[in-house]
Design a protein around this ligand. Structure first.
Ligand code: MG
Length: 167
């Protein structure tokens, strides 16, 4: 027997990795972070905004970032990834959900992100149109191991919690 319950809570997760190439700045969380390397990508390569976009789309079963914003589409060449995240937020709200929280972990050997955390949280909360207290951004190194540890890549993970609007 199928049950027709409409869930009040949704959870989505996202994962992304970008190769780092010569020449900064490094764009993360909508902020240009001074560094001698940047993310190689079709868009601005903002792994934090990409994982949030994927997590939001996943939470409402709306596919993934590549489906909505193909990396072969010239419209998205060097695009500000805020455009992708704003669209994912619009889709989630269209489907009747509001953002309860987002939690991001960035894996990056250098530079240290702690001096930029407040700016990233402010920018992400503005894009999501939620209070900053609902946004968490954490950073870890990879203990010198692998491509991330060698400073050749940045990775990010996100979890988002959505609540049915009006709850
Ligand atoms: Mg990406």
């Amino acid at each position: 027997m199928s049950r027709q319950l409409r869930p009040l809570l949704r959870v989505g997760q996202g994962w992304d990795l970008h190769r780092l190439v010569e020449g900064g700045p490094l764009r993360l969380g909508g902020v240009d972070i001074p560094h001698d390397r940047s993310s190689k990508a079709h868009s601005d390569g903002d792994a934090v905004l990409h994982v949030l976009t994927d997590a939001l789309l996943g939470a409402v079963g709306a596919g993934d970032i590549g489906q909505h914003f193909s990396d072969t589409d010239s419209r998205w060449h060097d695009a500000d990834s805020a455009v992708f995240l704003e669209e994912a937020v619009r889709i989630a709200r269209d489907r009747g959900f509001e953002i309860g929280m987002v939690d991001v972990t960035v894996l990056l050997e250098r530079p240290k992100l702690s001096p930029h955390r407040a700016a990233m949280i402010a920018r992400v909360s503005a894009i999501l149109d939620v209070p900053a207290e609902l946004v968490s951004i954490k950073a870890k190194t990879n203990e010198g191991l692998g491509e991330i540890g060698a400073g050749e890549a940045v990775a990010a993970l996100a979890v988002v919690g959505l609540v049915a609007a009006g709850q």
